[in-house]
Design a binder for this molecule. Structure first.
Ligand code: TMP
Length: 205
């Protein structure tokens, strides 16, 4: 079972991930992230701190995804582990479809074609949504802002995420990221336990 957490910078994904690390320990999940779960991801994380051209950047994030799938996700799923990833392919589809605008003719189709045939679709995706102004306030104090963190880019990225969720409502679970940390955590934990329970039942039958 592959569960992913998505949302714009400042949406509280990482805080939720940390809370789930403790509360879901009995399920022995593999907690992972993009970019950065392998040495390829570490290199990509360093590379995107620079302003690279958008195609290079999209290919680097996709290379990280390929390494992540091969080294972490597929082996864990083969062992029937629960995998929870902080960011995954929807991050590329949302962020790079914005940054590639004007560089390739149909950025989303280009990105989808790039992933076709080898990537894996998550079973469930929690999408944290909040007004962009609030997200920016939350990350205002970060000393090194990444270049995606402008209001216009994040507004466009979040709009893409919402389009994906509308197109695939059985996979996406939208969370109001303005709710309290504890409430968000309790909801996500209960949902994950329910989904995992389902998957175990359906596997037995
Ligand atoms: P993080 O701070 O949530 O770990 O993500 C790092 C930044 O990388 C964040 O601004 C989103 C961006 N990103 C992409 O643009 N494309 C991707 O495919 C991924 C995984 C992240």
């Amino acid at each position: 079972m592959l569960i992913t957490l998505e949302g714009i910078d400042g949406s509280g994904k990482s805080t939720l991930m940390e809370a789930l690390r403790f509360s879901l320990a009995d399920l022995n999940p593999v907690f992972t992230r993009e970019p950065g779960a392998t040495w390829v991801g570490d290199a990509v994380r360093r590379a995107v701190k620079e302003r690279l051209d958008p195609v290079t950047e999209a290919l680097l994030f996709t290379a990280d995804h390929a390494a992540h799938l091969a080294a972490v996700i597929r082996p864990a799923l083969n062992e029937r582990r629960l995998v929870i990833s902080d960011r995954y392919t929807d991050s590329r589809f949302a962020y790079q479809s914005v940054t590639l605008e004007g560089t390739v003719p149909s950025p989303l189709s280009w990105l989808q074609a790039l992933h076709a045939g080898w990537s894996l679709r998550p079973d469930r995706t929690f999408l944290l949504i909040l007004p962009v102004k609030q997200a920016l306030e939350r990350i205002r104090d970060h000393s090194r802002r990444e270049h995606f963190e402008s209001e216009e880019i994040l507004a466009n990225v979040q709009a893409r995420y919402l389009d994906f969720a509308a197109a695939d409502p059985t996979r996406f679970v939208i969370i109001d990221a303005l709710k309290g940390k504890e409430e968000i955590h309790a909801f996500a934990e209960a949902e994950i336990r329910r989904i995992v329970g389902w998957s175990q039942t359906s596997r037995r039958s």
